[in-house]
Design a protein around this ligand. Structure first.
Ligand code: PLP
Length: 405
């Protein structure tokens, strides 16, 4: 067996914005023996996860679970609902939006890529009025779908999905609404039904705290109706047979049984904590992180405080400093992984993940590792960021104690 013995004492700090650390409870649940995926026990497991996962998407509609990474669920969303040559309106929030657009091109769709110019678009999230204007101009309804990324993992910006829905409605446009919340789900509030999303794409390895390997399409009745007409070739991704067999808790092919054990455990953890508490915890950690970054005197990638991500924080480096060199020092000296800058942000920023199985002390240790690494790498800091983060977390803890008294 390949030996991965390069980690020194203590736990590795996996502070990338997904995969996030997998809690021991979930690892243990996944170590149950694999069972017959067509046997009697399996149906109960399937029905359990298929039903309870709907709570996390806030939907009453079917949620399709694929044994695939998020990229597969992107393809499923497009290929089930669209036909070759269809125009789709996609929004440039960052690297992942760009990859989804490239996929649309390679599938034979015609994506229009909307966004603010240059790097600005990567700092401010979706501007719903641009979508509304474009849809209003499309009087012939050539645009068949609007695709946006909820939490752009490459930048740390969380766009307002309800506002995009309002923009589509204000334009009176019938386009389908497809949303990627691969890194937003179970970290930031998300409402598939209430926001009128037709296909929500998500994955296992972020807020759900599972290893990579399963991904999701939550679908609306409108999306299911569209799939009956859609002509893009699909087989493995086709919803029809999967949704039909899921009614009894089974899949038409071999699902990844052990990840489904893990999903069942993750749902216990998330629903026991309560979704609102999960979201509040992520907001608290993100705010503490931003306070530390500001105290360091460094810029945060997200330029609009209203849309800063609760999942991760993008930290920009001063001119002339290679963010990857800083990450390397932190990895080698403190055994902590941080997210690299992607696409246009390569070398210019690193990303601190504070999602999933993360608490106040995990965050403080993460910030301490960053700060020591920044100093080792010779990055000039205005001040320590730790007191700012600690003061905020302490005041939040005081408020919670008072509220509980
Ligand atoms: N979309 C977003 C927002 C992501 O963060 C990721 C992965 O990090 C993807 C899509 C692609 O998912 P995967 O790498 O699981 O295929």
């Amino acid at each position: 067996m390949l030996k991965l013995d390069f980690h020194p004492a203590g736990r590795h700090f996996l502070q990338i914005p997904g995969p996030s650390p997998v809690p021991d409870r979930i690892l243990r649940a996944m170590s149950y023996p694999t069972i017959d995926h067509r046997g009697p026990e399996f149906g109960a497991l399937g029905l359990d996860v298929l039903e309870r996962v709907k709570k996390v998407f806030k939907t009453q509609q079917p949620v399709v679970i694929y044994p695939a990474s998020g990229t597969g669920a992107w393809e499923a969303a497009l290929s089930n609902t669209l036909s070759p040559g269809d125009t789709v309106l996609m929004y440039e929030t960052g690297h992942f939006a760009t990859l989804w657009k490239k996929m649309a091109e390679s599938l034979g769709l015609k994506p229009e890529f909307l966004g603010l110019p240059g790097i600005e678009g990567w700092r401010r999230g979706v501007q719903p009025q641009l979508i509304e204007e474009r849809l209003r101009a499309d009087t012939q309804h050539a645009i068949k779908a609007v695709c946006v990324v909820h939490n752009e993992t490459s930048t740390g910006v969380t766009s307002d999905i309800a506002a995009v829905r309002r923009a589509i409605d204000a334009a009176g446009h019938p386009a389908l609404f497809l949303v990627d919340t691969i890194s937003g789900l179970a970290c930031a509030d998300y409402r598939h039904d209430e926001w009128g999303v037709d296909v929500t794409v998500s994955g296992s390895q972020k807020g759900l705290m599972l290893p990579p390997g399963i991904s999701f399409n939550a679908v609306s009745q409108k999306a299911i109706a569209a799939s009956a007409q859609a002509k893009l070739p699909r087989s493995f991704w086709a919803w029809g047979e999967i949704i039909e067999m899921n009614k009894t808790g089974y899949w038409p092919y071999t699902p990844n049984t052990n990840l489904l054990y893990g999903l069942s455990e993750a749902l216990d953890m998330i629903l026991d904590e309560g979704l609102d508490n999960v979201f509040a915890r992520h907001e608290r950690l993100a705010e503490a992180c931003r306070r530390a970054v500001r105290a360091w005197g460094l810029d945060i990638q997200c330029a609009d405080p209203a849309v800063c991500s609760p999942v991760l924080t993008g930290v920009m480096m001063p001119e002339g400093i290679d963010a990857d060199a800083v990450r390397k020092v932190i990895y080698e000296r403190f055994d902590m992984s941080l997210g690299t800058g992607l696409g246009k942000m390569k070398g210019r920023m690193f990303r601190i993940g504070h999602l999933g199985d993360c608490n106040d002390l995990t965050l403080m240790a993460t910030l301490a590792g960053c700060e020591m690494g920044l100093r080792l790498a010779g990055v000039p800091l205005a001040a320590s960021g730790l007191p700012a983060a600690m003061a905020y977390l302490t005041s939040e803890a005081k408020a919670a104690l008072k509220a509980a008294a």
